[in-house]
Design a protein around this ligand. Structure first.
Ligand SMILES: C[S@@+](CC[C@H](N)C(=O)[O-])C[C@H]1O[C@@H](n2cnc3c(N)ncnc32)[C@H](O)[C@@H]1O
Length: 551
């Protein structure tokens, strides 16, 4: 007799021979493996904002006698359990903000959502130390969480909402400090420099660093930015009920603390930007109008370049601005202006390869609109004068020759503005296009004793034939700072003076720590001064200048 045995649940039937007859046999079904999401930390540069946050967290833990274990979030739970997500991603009231991050966000310690013995560290954009606020935690990381600001229930003394000029402030990621008096903004930036040296130059800090000076203000606190880059994102396939995508700058979370315009897409829809110069805003209006008209022609997103261009009006009243942003009547938008009694016309260039001009301390600079050039024209005479003054080598009499090396020279801004009284300048720059412009700018300004070479900064040491004790070196690297190869060679060359300019004070502090403590001649130098320059009012950014002198 044969019998067919029904397979138990979760089995499949497979025929096996039984008593000479094929009969189905029970076999366990393989359960599909439950997919478990794992937290994969991304590698971060320690001197980038998320890297600096790790130092800020350590500082907070030390101040509250806590360990990392006391603030840890269970990422396995958060990533895999929707109930846990609801517990973590919650509204929290009565949050007292205790400090400001280097990125301009408030930081607070709040109760842990799962374990009452623990705490959580939370970032609160648009929050200030002294605020009491309600927040919505929306993202969790192992050692901190991110939140949106919902309501300010008690205002920090530094907060003054009457100062806000922009209707998008509190949503747009561009500015963080519009509701803070300018003097306080400058002090925040000074503190960023103090903290950067505390975190990244601990050896040097041990009595070896001067007090960080007062941050140099910008002559204009609004309408100063000579370059803006609004963007938009268009989907590949355009649906029938397609709504025009926003044109502007990134949205900073989903804050609710103030009523703002600009829609709810990931890009805030903006018509103008109060930190941009007048002509850049005319370009903004033109290019936005063009985009609104033509957006259906685009297949994907793009960034629009808006770069101020300052052209001299010739004695016959003629001037050539090249291609520039035009209005609805196809007329080039222009603004007439005067610098030191000379007439100029300002236009807004959108073509990255087009040559544009700027005037700094009566020197004219030309460069490609899409290449690097400093963005706050009015602070440049102050900065370049400060750098020039600090390049002076002690004891140099009128007959003693001085030399200048400009590492990371771009299109020659510091080489040219700091050259008077110097016998020779040699600049190095990795971008061949910028070097072409550095040479052109030297010629344009009647300078004959400048030489520029294309290459990595360390290439300069093969080309230097000037005596080190009569040579001053300017460093102005990109955000990531200098590498050890360059710093070791700089120390071996041993110039009389070094002026290090940086848009990332954290990498500057790290480099100075290495230079002073790890290079052959570094210990012979003293940091003479540290000072911030406010190239970007209303934002958290600060430019830092460090002066090093050979003892
Ligand atoms: C912050 S910008 C400064 C430019 C110039 N000093 C100015 O103020 O206009 C940094 C410059 O360093 C250049 N650069 C980047 N890496 C470099 C390297 N390894 N060696 C030389 N130049 C480099 C970039 O092309 C850029 O022009």
């Amino acid at each position: 007799m044969t019998e067919t045995v029904p397979p138990p649940p979760n089995t499949t039937s497979e025929k096996v021979e039984q008593n000479g007859t094929d009969v189905p046999a029970a076999k366990k079904v393989k359960q599909p493996k439950k997919f478990v999401r794992k937290y994969r930390p991304k590698a971060v540069d320690p001197t980038a904002p998320m890297g600096v946050l790790q130092y800020e967290i350590k500082d907070i833990l030390k101040g509250h006698l806590l360990t990392e274990n006391d603030i840890q979030n269970d990422m396995k739970e958060v990533l895999n359990d929707s109930a846990a997500q609801d517990i973590y991603h919650r509204v929290v009231d009565d949050v007292e903000i205790s400090r400001l991050s280097s990125n301009g966000d408030g930081i607070a310690l709040i109760p842990h959502p799962v374990n009452s013995d623990k705490k959580q560290i939370v970032l609160i954009p648009f929050g200030f130390p002294g605020d009491t606020v309600s927040i919505k935690v929306f993202k969790t990381h192992p050692l901190y969480a991110e939140s949106d600001l919902l309501k300010v229930t008690k205002q920090a003394p530094v907060r003054n909402e009457d100062l806000i000029l922009c209707k998008y402030f509190g949503k747009c990621s561009g500015c963080q400090y519009q509701n803070v008096e300018y003097e306080t903004q400058l002090e925040f930036k000074r503190q960023t420099i103090v903290n950067a040296y505390k975190y990244f130059a601990p050896l040097s800090s041990a009595g070896k660093l001067p007090e960080v000076g007062k941050t140099q203000s910008s002559p204009l606190q609004y309408t100063y930015r000579t370059k803006l880059t609004p963007h938009f994102d268009v989907p590949r396939r355009i649906p029938a009920d397609y709504v025009r995508p926003s044109f502007g700058f990134g949205l900073k979370g989903r804050p609710q603390w103030r009523e703002t315009e600009g829609g709810s897409q990931l890009i805030v829809d903006i018509e103008s930007c109060p930190i941009g110069t007048e002509i850049v805003n005319k370009g903004f209006k033109n290019e936005r109008a063009r985009y609104v008209e033509e957006f259906k022609k685009y297949k994907k997103g793009s960034t629009v370049l808006l770069r101020e261009n300052t052209t001299k009006v010739e004695e016959n009243g003629l001037f050539d601005t090249g291609n520039a942003s035009t209005d609805a009547e196809n007329k080039t938008s222009e603004i007439e202006t005067e610098i030191e009694g000379i007439k100029y016309v300002k236009t807004c260039v959108t073509e990255p390869r087009q040559v544009v001009r700027e005037v700094v301390n009566n020197y004219t600079f030309e460069f490609s609109a899409g290449e690097f050039f400093q963005n706050n024209n009015l602070i440049l005479p102050i900065v370049t004068d400060y750098v020039k003054q600090n390049l002076q080598i002690k004891g140099s009499g009128p007959d003693e020759p001085n030399y200048l090396v400009d590492a990371y020279c771009g299109s020659g801004l510091f080489s040219i503005t700091c050259l008077s009284g110097v016998s020779k300048v040699i600049g190095v720059e990795v971008s061949a296009d910028s070097v072409k412009f550095a040479e052109r700018n030297a010629k344009l300004n009647g300078i004959e004793n400048a030489k520029f070479i294309v290459g990595k900064a360390e290439e300069i040491f093969k080309n230097i034939d000037t005596p080190a004790n009569r040579t001053a070196v300017i460093l102005d690297p990109p955000r990531k700072g200098c590498d050890h190869v360059f710093l070791n060679q700089l120390a071996a060359y041993c110039p009389a003076k070094i002026v290090y300019i940086s848009c990332n004070v954290h990498s500057q502090a790290r480099d100075i720590e290495w230079f002073l403590n790890e290079t052959t001649e570094g210990a012979r130098y003293a940091v003479e001064s540290l000072k911030g320059f406010d190239f970007f009012p209303q934002t958290h950014h600060v430019e830092s200048v460090a002066v090093l002198t050979l003892n």
